[in-house]
Design a protein around this ligand. Structure first.
Ligand code: HEC
Length: 177
C-alpha cells in the first residue's frame, strides 16, 4: 500500500496538472475568442431591401425646394451627364418603350401620366400624390422617393444633388424627341 508521502505526491501532481490545464484553457480562450464586438458577422441575411445601386458621390446636401428654381436648372442642364447618371436607375428601369423591368419603362416619362404603363403593377402610392410626371414632380420624387410617395415600391434611396436630378431629367426628356 502507499504511504502518506506517496499519496501526497500523487494528489499534488494531479492538482498541478489540473492547474496547468486550467491556465492553458484560459490563455487559449483569450487568444482565440470568436464573436463579440468588433468581429465580422458570420453571415448576413439578405432581405433584398438594400439592392438599390448607390450613388458614387457621398451625399452632399444641397439646398433644395424653394431656394432653387428647378426650371432654370433644367434649362441649362447637361443631358449627356444625365445619361451617365441613369446608371443609378438601370438595375430597375429601361428606357425602351414598353420594356418593363423591376420598375416601369421610362420612355417618355417626362410629362407622362403617373402610373400609366400597361402591364406594370404599381403600388398605388404614386397616383395618390401626383397626376403627371412634370419636371418638378420628378425632381421631388427622385430626391427622396419614400418621402415623396410613402409606400412606393421603388426602393431607390434618392439622388441628393439637384443638378444631377436636372441633368438626368433633361436626358430622360430628350429620349422621345
Ligand atoms: C431598385 C429598383 C429601382 C431603382 C434603382 C429605381 N427605380 Fe424607379 N421605380 C421602381 C419601381 C418598382 C417603381 C414603381 C413604383 C410604385 O409603383 O410605387 C418605379 C417607378 C418610377 C417612376 C414612376 C413611373 C410611372 O410610370 O409612374 C419613375 C419616374 C421612376 N421610377 C424613375 C426612376 C429613376 C429616374 C431612377 C434612377 C435615378 C429610378 N427610378 C431608380 C424601381 C426602381
Amino acid at each position: 500500500m502507499f504511504d502518506t508521502t506517496t499519496m501526497i505526491k500523487i494528489v499534488g501532481s494531479l492538482c498541478g496538472s489540473l492547474l496547468v490545464l486550467l491556465l492553458g484553457n484560459f490563455v487559449a480562450g483569450s487568444l482565440y475568442q470568436v464573436g463579440g464586438d468588433g468581429h465580422d458577422q458570420a453571415y448576413v441575411i439578405d432581405t433584398g431591401e438594400e439592392d438599390a445601386p448607390v450613388d458614387e458621390e457621398p451625399a452632399e446636401q444641397e439646398p433644395t425646394g424653394d431656394a432653387v428654381d428647378f426650371g432654370a436648372l433644367l434649362a441649362s442642364a447637361d443631358a449627356a451627364a444625365g445619361e451617365k447618371l441613369f446608371k443609378a436607375c438601370k438595375a430597375c428601369h429601361k428606357v425602351e418603350d414598353g420594356k418593363n423591368g423591376v420598375g416601369p419603362h421610362l420612355y417618355g416619362v417626362v410629362n407622362r401620366s403617373v402610373g400609366s404603363v400597361d402591364g406594370f403593377k404599381y403600388s398605388g402610392s404614386l397616383v395618390a400624390v401626383v397626376e403627371t410626371w412634370d419636371a418638378d414632380a420628378l425632381n421631388a420624387y427622385l430626391e427622396n422617393p419614400k418621402e415623396y410617395a410613402p409606400g412606393t415600391k421603388m426602393t431607390y434611396k434618392g439622388m441628393k444633388d439637384v443638378e444631377d436630378r436636372a441633368n438626368l431629367i433633361a436626358w430622360l426628356d430628350s429620349l422621345d424627341g
